[in-house]
Write a protein that binds this ligand. Structure first.
Ligand SMILES: Nc1ncnc2c1ncn2[C@@H]1O[C@H](COP(=O)(O)OP(=O)(O)OP(=O)(O)O)[C@@H](O)[C@H]1O
Ligand SMILES: Nc1ncnc2c1ncn2[C@@H]1O[C@H](COP(=O)(O)OP(=O)(O)OP(=O)(O)O)[C@@H](O)[C@H]1O
Ligand SMILES: [Mg+2]
Ligand SMILES: [Mg+2]
Lengths: 228, 228
């Protein structure tokens, strides 16, 4: 489904030069449930941005269902980002002047769904992550963990085939974090959704089936989680 | 040093009404090292904002060194916020158009320190938290954990008497998180700095000396951490 071949990423704007990823090979099959771990600054978010077509490699190739992403048109890329992939950002990236409900509804607009249907799907997603009682709050009126869950709801509401979640439980107590990983396990098991999460929590990582480790922009380990 | 008496906080703007804290009694002596835990949405950040004089209680009293904060002048409050308390925000709150170094230097301007001294203190704080190699990066050019550490550096650079850290290790791998808690332990032990951290990580909480637990805006537990 997703394949990175010799992928590198160098950030070079405004005089800085940082090799955030180097020589990354990664193959993810449809229906996998895996975790990416590694020290702060090791390139995990950079990797997720490439997988989510939010940025392009500086070198190497990214094949999405066998097609080189560099050869896709802007329309095709937009369709992938808006309909096929649900992205949970490490810093949430919610619209500050929209309510929780509006934030979750917005990506559904791209699907051409009628307003009543969008509202229903958005409401359901917010209830599933436990913030159904905060629909009318704007981000500044939400706790950190509530904002994080709105970001998760936004990623799942449109039923994407792939969920990319960048540290989705970092601001959550362990019980709420447990509910989120259970949600990922459920959509993976019942709907075949491919789930890739970045996490710093080994406990959360072991609730997936494979752990890929980065260090200084390289993959240094990639193995299945042993059956419990 | 810090005392909350019957403190409540209701958020009531734009038609919403949320009782985020109710009937909170809390006494913190100078030199303590303690953790605040509780479910997402239970009122921890609200409590920290009150302790840091960033907001006022809706009911009850907050005594800071025996003085009712409600009776302090704006100048006195500003002096407390800028010089006596270092605050690490859950969502970092870095200035997007300033570099890491500039972000850490800014609070030191209020102390009337000369530029060379500010630069030295800021650089040292950034090195201590391990982002000395990212001084010229702006927040958008930093990883999530690097942004979090810049926020920590900003809070400690001016040697405040009290550090309030709202989930300071949520975006950090365990080894980097270990370095941060070790830093808090060190300034507490060697400089007598009072440190209050919100954390969702029981392991990090047990590296402090007392754990206060919130649930639905109330303190439901408050006890020392047993000696290891
Ligand atoms: N400005 C506001 N207006 C209305 N409600 C608010 C506002 N800020 C926070 N709240 C609500 O108050 C409650 C407590 O928020 P707070 O940020 O203190 O929680 P928290 O314990 O820090 O949670 P987390 O662990 O998720 O960061 C939450 O349910 C939140 O929705
Ligand atoms: N736009 C940018 N310009 C320059 N350097 C950048 C930029 N974005 C990220 N970096 C650097 O690239 C490296 C990798 O960043 P990335 O965000 O992928 O790390 P990460 O593994 O997600 O870290 P964390 O666990 O702290 O979130 C970091 O050292 C960071 O400073
Ligand atoms: Mg990251
Ligand atoms: Mg909070």
């Amino acid at each position: 489904l997703l394949e990175l071949q010799g992928v590198g990423k160098v950030y070079g704007e405004s005089g800085l030069s940082v090799a955030a990823l180097r020589g990354v090979d990664l193959r993810v099959e449809a229906g996998e449930l895996l975790s990416i771990m590694g020290p702060s600054g090791s390139g995990k978010s950079t990797l997720m941005n490439l997988l989510g077509c939010l940025d392009r490699p500086s070198e190497g190739r990214y094949l999405l269902e066998g097609r080189d992403v560099a050869l896709l048109t802007d329309n095709e890329l937009a369709e992938i980002r808006n309909r096929r992939i649900g992205f949970v950002f490490q810093t949430f990236n919610l619209l500050p002047r929209s309510t929780a409900l509006e934030n979750v509804e917005l990506p559904l607009v791209y699907r051409g769904l009628p307003a009543a249907e969008r509202r229903r799907l958005a409401r359901e997603a917010l209830e599933v992550v436990g913030v159904g009682h905060r629909l009318t709050h704007r981000p500044a009126q939400l706790s950190g963990g509530e904002q994080q869950r709105v970001a998760i709801a936004r990623a799942i509401a449109g039923n994407p085939g792939v969920i990319l979640a960048d540290e989705p439980t970092g601001n959550l107590d362990s019980r709420t974090g447990e509910e989120i990983i259970a949600l990922f396990q459920r959509v993976n098991r019942e709907l075949g959704v491919t789930v890739i999460q970045v996490t710093h929590d080994l406990h959360r990582a072991r609730q997936t089936r494979r752990i890929v480790r980065l260090r200084d922009g390289r993959v240094v380990d990639d193995r299945p989680v042993p059956e419990a």
